[in-house]
Design a protein around this ligand. Structure first.
Ligand code: PGA
Length: 249
């Protein structure tokens, strides 16, 4: 179902006490009921924070998931492990996973297939690099990322897919896509969903924007017709900033 979503990706930030403090602060606020608010804390705190958020409107999601069900994959976690602690959503394909951990469109296709099969909802991240945009290739790059890791996957459960367009040049750089650039790409993505999926998929899939979303630019980005919310990095580490962004939607 297409819905308004603001998700905070904490990346590898905050220790046990600091993660607890941030969740306490968020749970003390009045979280909206018409916007899905989610956080993706470091894996080691998922279980505890998911328990803490149970019964509230705050969603706790994983930053990553392995494609295999179990086995000799040191340091990894599977879909069933996430489900066993009540975590039913994961980020997949974040640009830092692609850049530093060798995730590719084809390894991500295995992950999206595994998540879909296991009934895990995914926030699938993708976006072009600066050189792609400078050379005018950004639409092609995004199309290839979506084709290989989503459209080409057999029996993908689109009800479990949230898209997060994150131009790599805007992540953690303070450089944001302009609202016009974001809308132009989101409209393109929605047209691809209609063409390669169906009109229904296009109408029902939420497409988030990510990349230096801050309290002072969130409203302009979120007011674009095809922008359904945001995936927030740096500004999700502070309760006031994050809530200002949530309330901008
Ligand atoms: P940023 O990160 O908001 O710090 O740019 C966004 C992301 O990586 O999801």
């Amino acid at each position: 179902m297409r819905q308004k979503i603001v998700a905070g990706n904490w990346k590898m930030n905050k220790d046990a006490a600091a993660s607890q403090t941030l969740v306490d602060a968020l749970l003390q606020r009045k979280l909206p009921t018409d916007v899905r608010v989610m956080i993706a804390p470091p894996m080691i705190f998922l279980d505890r924070l998911a328990q803490q958020a149970q019964g509230t409107v705050l969603g706790v999601v994983s930053q990553n998931m392995h494609a295999a069900e179990s086995g000799a994959y040191t340091g990894e976690v599977s879909a069933s492990m996430l489900k066993s602690i009540g975590v039913n959503t994961t980020l997949l394909g974040h640009s830092e996973r692609r850049a530093y951990f060798n995730e590719t469109n084809s390894s991500l296709a295995e992950k999206t297939a595994a998540a879909s099969l296991a009934g895990i909802e995914m926030i699938f991240c993708f976006g072009e690099e600066l050189a792609d945009r400078k050379s005018g290739q950004h639409f092609d790059v995004v199309q290839a990322q979506l084709e290989k890791a989503l459209f080409d996957v057999d029996a993908l459960d689109w009800d479990k897919v949230i898209l997060a367009y994150e131009p790599v040049w805007a992540i953690g750089t303070g450089e944001t896509a302009s609202p016009k650039q974001a809308q132009e790409m989101h409209a393109f993505i929605r047209s691809l969903l209609a063409e390669k999926g169906s009109e229904q998929i296009a109408a029902q899939t939420s497409i988030l924007y990510g990349g230096s979303v801050k309290p002072n630019n969130a409203e302009a980005l979120f007011s674009q017709a095809d922008v359904d919310g945001g995936l927030i990095g740096g500004a999700a580490l502070d309760a006031d900033d994050f809530m200002e962004i949530v309330n901008a939607i």
